[in-house]
Structure formats: structure tokens, C-alpha cells
Design a protein around this ligand. Sequence first.
Ligand code: CDP
Ligand code: MG
Length: 136
Amino acid sequence: MSNIEQTLSIVKPDAVERNLQDQIKNEFKINGFKILKEKKIHISKDEAEKFYKVHESKPFYNDLCAYLSSGPIVVMCLQKDNAVSENRKLMGATNPKDAEEGTLRKKYGISIDKNSVHGSDSVENAKIELDFFFKD
Ligand code: CDP
Ligand code: MG
């Protein structure tokens, strides 16, 4: 049975700064994801705070929001069978040091904060996050 899902991917500022967005997009394509929508944007700190609201109580919240709004990002709507978990698998662990060989964060991530990509962590959150960036 197929289970087509859509998920949000973000190429974070550290990766856009190194001009890695095309390479990362290609990784999605060769791993069977369709890129249904994409745009390059530079969000404000206020918008980053809204996006990462679930992390409000965490010690890293302020730095995280400052970071996501520090430069351009590329946001994408990805589609694939089980896209949410497939994307999380392709991304690898939050800390690039712990990420498995071949994952995006292992290949491109610099540190736990500059870990190059974001991916929704559940189907429910994917809907909320896709709406956040792509609701017209
Ligand atoms: O991005 P992911 O879902 O793997 O991790 P998260 O726990 O939802 O955290 C969101 C983001 O906060 C991570 O991707 C890291 O960039 C950042 N973070 C951090 O800077 N320091 C931590 N100790 C944990 C997360
Ligand atoms: Mg997360």
C-alpha cells in the first residue's frame, strides 16, 4: 500500500551560504522525493520565533531563532511515500557528529546548530509547517 505524504524541508542558512542548495535538492531527487514547491526567502526573527514555537522553553531557542533568520533559506514541499520519516532518515541525527554516514547532516552539517537542514517530525507538524511557508 502506498502512503504518499508531503513534508517540509528547509535548507538552513549555513548551507545556503555555502551554496549547497542545488546539491541538497539533488539528494532529495535521487532519493525519490518530488519537490512540489520551493522558494528562497529570508525570514525575520519574529517569524523564526513563530516557526520554532515548540522549542520556546529550550535553552537554545533564542540562538536557534536568531540563526534561522540570519540569512537566506530555501524552503521546500517534498512528496514521497512516507515522506516525513523518509526525510528524517535522509537528514540523519540532529547533531552531525552522531549522524550516520551518507546522511545530509553527516555530509553537510557543521555543528548541532549549523546542521544544514530542517525536516518536519510528524505528518501533523508537516501540515502545520507547510502551511506556515506556503499558505497563500
Ligand atoms: O532539527 P531536529 O528535529 O533534528 O532537532 P530539534 O530537537 O527539533 O531541534 C531543532 C533545532 O534546534 C536543531 O535542528 C538544531 O539546529 C537546534 N538545536 C541546537 O541548536 N542545540 C540543541 N541542543 C538542540 C537543537
Ligand atoms: Mg525538530
